[in-house]
Write a protein that binds this ligand. Structure first.
Ligand SMILES: *Cc1c(COP(=O)(O)O)cnc(C)c1O
Length: 249
């Protein structure tokens, strides 16, 4: 069973050699294989011909989840909160790419620029903060524009209608590289709505490219909707529950 390891098994690498942990490794490897097979089938059905990167979302799980994903061949890990991710990254020597997928507060910009890709750029003020933090650290920050395609008020993200203007303004921030678009579909939406949202995000990516950005990433699809997202052109899917079981928090 996933998610029922005693705390001592959750945070230190040597514990992974224990029998419980090896069952965990097997379980995650099995789930990763299953996810990859379903992604491949969806990709064939969708016909966009894109490569699809699987991001293992390890939020609320210990660093053992990162090692298990890496052992199963996953090279990309997603966390949604800087505060949770930083200690995990410090503990973890697995050579994975770290994705920041949750909303970023401006006062966390200095930490956010340490991630390999920030999926959640959603305001001019955050763009400025990431640019300033990256410039100060003498580095470049790779970001995705989070787009609110469905128009739900509860969602973060730039409305689809504002993407072109927003994207044009981003050229002023030389320490930021806009690599693509991220979206989240409404929870519990029907298939028609999901397709509309994901196709809308794909359209937004086209606008980002037309505005002169070298952008190719389309991050969309979670455990409940990733197959439809891949059919609609997702290049990155973010899977938590499917790989590690239900979260307690
Ligand atoms: C938690 C989270 C996911 C993963 O969700 P699951 O339904 O568990 O696969 C994906 N994207 C974002 C932004 C998240 O916060």
């Amino acid at each position: 069973m996933l998610g029922h390891f005693p705390p001592s098994h959750r945070f230190s690498v040597p514990e992974l050699a224990s029998p419980i942990a090896s069952a965990f490794l097997d379980d995650v490897a099995h789930r990763v294989r299953d996810a990859r097979a379903r992604i491949a089938e969806a990709r064939a059905r969708g016909g966009h011909g894109q490569d699809v990167t699987l991001i293992a979302v390890t939020k609320t799980h210990g660093v053992d989840a990162v090692y298990a994903a890496h052992a199963a061949g996953v090279l990309d890990v997603g966390e949604n909160r800087v505060q949770e991710a930083e200690p995990k990254r410090a503990q973890c020597s697995a050579p994975v790419r770290w994705h920041l997928i949750g909303h970023v507060q401006r006062n966390k910009a200095a930490s956010a620029v340490n991630f390999d890709l920030v999926h959640s750029l959603d305001s001019d003020r955050l763009a400025q903060a990431l640019h300033d933090a990256a410039s100060k650290a003498d580095r470049r920050c790779d970001v995705l524009l989070q787009v609110n395609v469905s128009g739900e008020e509860s969602k973060f993200g730039v409305p689809a209608a504002e993407v072109v203007a927003f994207t044009e303004r981003l050229h002023a921030h030389s320490a930021i590289r806009l690599c693509g678009v991220m979206t989240m579909a409404p929870f519990d939406a029907d298939e028609r709505t999901l397709r509309d949202v994901f196709a809308g995000a794909r359209q937004c990516l086209a606008h980002v490219k037309a505005a002169g950005h070298d952008a190719s990433v389309l991050s969309m699809g979670m455990s409940g909707d990733f197959e439809i997202a891949v059919e609609e052109g997702a290049t990155h899917v973010r899977l938590g529950t499917m790989l590690f079981g239900a979260r307690e928090q």
